[in-house]
Design a protein around this ligand. Sequence first.
Ligand code: PGA
Length: 251
Amino acid sequence: MRKKIVAGNWKMNLTLKQAIDLVEELKKNFHSGDKVEVVVAPSFPYLYPLREILKASAIELSAQNMHWETAGAFTGEVSAPMLLSVGIDRVILGHSERRQYFCEDAGLLAKKVKTAMDHEMQVIFCVGEVLEEREAGRHFDTVREQLEASLHALTPADWSRMTIAYEPVWAIGTGKTATPDQAQEMHRFIRQVVSGMAGEQTAEQIRILYGGSVKPSNAADLFSRPDVDGGLVGGASLKPEDFLAIIEAAL
Ligand code: PGA
């Protein structure tokens, strides 16, 4: 039985005060860490102060991105050893906003994934097609290519720290959600691709999250599908009552 994950991707939002208020509210109301894994991904400056606040809670913290090199002349970047030094061993990689606005392609993402895995970090790796690809019937090919191009070098130990998030780009921040059937169909397909790459056992164990306008009104239906192991939540993760309701839907 795969434990569900509900991860909140805060993106470039909130002040420190708002971030603290939000995690305090989550900490006060979430006590089911044995049943569902809850992760929040704030911006870099807040990771350390929030780590201190969440120390005795079941809520995990993740970075939203990191560099593939471990140190050096890379102005404005943050490395895996830096994250680990402030107690953060999780990172989201391959988010469509990173691919789209920061030109992160499959080769670069393969380097980031390798660095994260070399540092024994847990990764949420995002894949998903744009609208034109879905309309042209290319969505399965796109997702397979994204997986194979960046995850081909993972070892079995690496796969055990990997979570995949299927985030159709046309559903992110648009209010449009993939139907539970569309999500299930793609998640099943992703599991088959992972099986081809890493074997059946890994494919059965890996958690595959759905992302793209997850909200309290659609979470339970999405999470009820057999291959949907939780969600990567953007907008709704900024409102404690919505995020808590989504967590509730995963219990
Ligand atoms: P959204 O974002 O829930 O606001 O659509 C999801 C994501 O980008 O991870």
